[in-house]
Ligand binder design. Sequence first.
Ligand code: SF4
Length: 426
Amino acid sequence: MTESFLHYVWQHQLLSGGLTTTDGQPVVVLRAGDLNHDAGPDFFNARLRIGEMEWAGNIEVHVRTSDWKLHRHTQDAAYNNIILHVVYEHDCDIVLQNGEAPLTLELKPWLHPSLIANYDSLMAPTTGSDIPCRHRLGDVPSFVVNSNLERLVVERIEAKSETVRRMLGESHGGWEDTCYWLMARYFGGKVNALAFELLAKATDQRLLARWKDNPQRTEALLMGQAGLLDGFFADDYPRQLQADYVALKTGAGLKPMDGYLWKFHRLRPSNFPTIRISQFARLVSESSNLFSTLLELTDVKQIERLFNQQAADYWKNHYQFDRVAAKSMVKRVGRMQADLLIINAWVPLLFVYGCEHGSQAHKDQAVGLLSQLPPEDNAIIRVWRQAGIEPTNAAESQALLHLYNNYCQNRRCLDCRIGFHILKRV
Ligand code: SF4
């Protein structure tokens, strides 16, 4: 038995039968009160009828009555005016600071055994990556699952908005800079995210805009700033990029990054930073005001097309400068990667834009974009599929990832609508 479970039981009044205090007075709960997450009594502003009297005030909840002494409430004036002490087990008598005994309600007789069994089943250890309520999910109506997912997808986007807000602060509210930095960061994937962000910050997009529609010069500037054009090259293409960069660098007083920041190890060659930088150069070359361009696009297919850029022809048979690949192929961002850019970068940015401008329409558009994308397929989504929950789009898969990582893994079943439904089944 835990206090947080008792808070939950009291808050939702998951009690059976007519309640009575330990001295036999009937208790009618008119208002359970507001759960207090700070210091002081557990519930504020409760309203009760105890016997013939109506009471309004605060309630303290404990597993055992003796916890009152353990928590030193007798010495604390904040507890002088509680109207009821709610305990799971009444194991001793206590007094308030003024010497009076508080009215006490023992919950143990009023808790249905199924409620405790349901709670225990949710808190029981699981094996591997299993979902604690997996065997109970079949009893949960789809509208409960769906309403939970609708709430959680917004929570997921809000959690992802942290990076957007950080960049928005760094750019002093510059939406174009934030968009450019953010897209760069996600072009880098997990491994080169930071290096890509540093590259974008070291390469002012206003400078890139000067070579709009000249993707090779844009690539020269980005490759050079990335520190990847140092040294001697045998192939014409890197030599040309190098020459372009030297000319641009001198004019603009640029300082390149250290090339060692880029990681190639354990990456699939198509994700090498050389390929990604070339594709990113095509994106910024095609649209120098990326944020404004994206705001205009409401159809997810148009955004996918914009993101699905192709690396320069040289990269058809190279993954690194001067190294010929065994197989020649066009290096496009690809639809899956383009969708990840929408999910991780554009949707949170659009959502924050909606928040900052008080525009529900933009926030809805952000969630709507996710609904137009196919669900992701990864280890966590497969766990949900095995449990019988099949996401039909990326909004649902994003919500399921958030549910698993933030609720199921931390056993926050008391904060979950599915958990509420399972608990109250008797
Ligand atoms: S948090 Fe919700 S979905 Fe996850 S195990 Fe608990 S009740 Fe089930």
